[in-house]
Design a protein around this ligand. Structure first.
Ligand code: PMM
Length: 251
């Protein structure tokens, strides 16, 4: 299982907001992750925490592109966390090899065609709507069946647009339009996602369903979920605390 380190170049992300909101600080944190054994660094310039406002395209690109350019010189893969096709294109031109789209192609009508043309890897996450609305969208029958049905629609569209099957990574979208019970149900039945045949990425790190008021207090729970996923055929976990998660993954 690989470890994807989260590098949010934002003033307002829920778990590390403001910590790396500067090109030099963010780049330094990226190189620190490399030292800690990270496999992929996911660079994002727009917070997706519940209730967050959107940032402009220009602002998002000004945040992420210099950091991607600097980290592309490292030995690890760089992913860009964006819902915008324009940012995805510039990020790949700057050295990113993965586009991580939390909207699974639903936020920007140009995303699938752009990724197909770029020929890069693409993380397709389950998503029901922007952060402002997502808590009210957490209504399911059987959450696993519903999420699989909805991502399958997006997967079919991605393939039809020309994205190669072997370039797609699937993410059930822990915490996105899902309450705590939904998140635990997905994690407990993760083999149903793995059975779809795509590499599966899980982003549970420091999220609210793990309990506690403060994201920093959720690190132990994050690491124990990571540990519970080892051996289940998961491709990668997306985490803030690289060192502790690498320790349980590489043991
Ligand atoms: N979660 C967040 C942001 N991007 N990307 C993927 N693929 N999966 C996730 O679960 C995910 C994501 C929100 O968390 P953050 O603000 O800590 O980055």
């Amino acid at each position: 299982m690989l470890v994807m380190g989260i590098l949010n170049v934002t003033p307002d992300s829920f778990a590390d907001g403001g910590l790396h909101y500067d090109t030099d600080l963010a780049t330094a944190r990226g190189y620190e992750m490399v030292e800690e054994g990270v496999d992929i660094i996911d660079v994002g310039g727009e917070s997706t925490r519940p209730g967050a406002d959107r940032v402009s395209e220009q602002e998002e690109q000004a945040r992420v592109l210099p950091v991607i350019r600097a980290l592309a010189q490292s030995k690890v893969d760089i992913s860009v966390d964006t819902m915008r096709a324009s940012t995805a294109r510039l990020a790949v031109e700057a050295g990113a090899t993965i586009v991580n789209d939390v909207s699974g192609g639903a936020a920007d009508a140009d995303m699938f065609a752009t990724v197909a043309q770029l020929g890069c890897k693409y993380t397709l996450m389950h998503w029901r709507g922007h952060s402002k609305d997502m808590n009210s969208l957490a209504v399911y029958g059987d959450v696993v069946a519903d999420v699989i049905e909805e991502v399958t629609i997006q997967l079919d569209k991605a393939l039809a647009a020309g994205i190669k099957r072997e370039n797609i990574i699937l993410d059930p979208g822990i915490g996105f339009a899902k309450d705590a019970e939904h998140n635990w149900e997905i994690l407990n039945r993760i083999e149903e996602f793995v059975a779809l045949g795509y590499p599966v990425l899980i982003g549970h790190s420091r999220k609210r369903f793990l309990g506690g008021d403060n994201p920093d207090d959720r690190e132990a729970a994050t690491v124990s979920v990571t540990q519970s996923l080892v051996g289940k055929g998961i491709w990668a976990v997306r985490v803030h605390g690289v060192k502790a998660n690498v320790e349980v993954v590489k043991k």
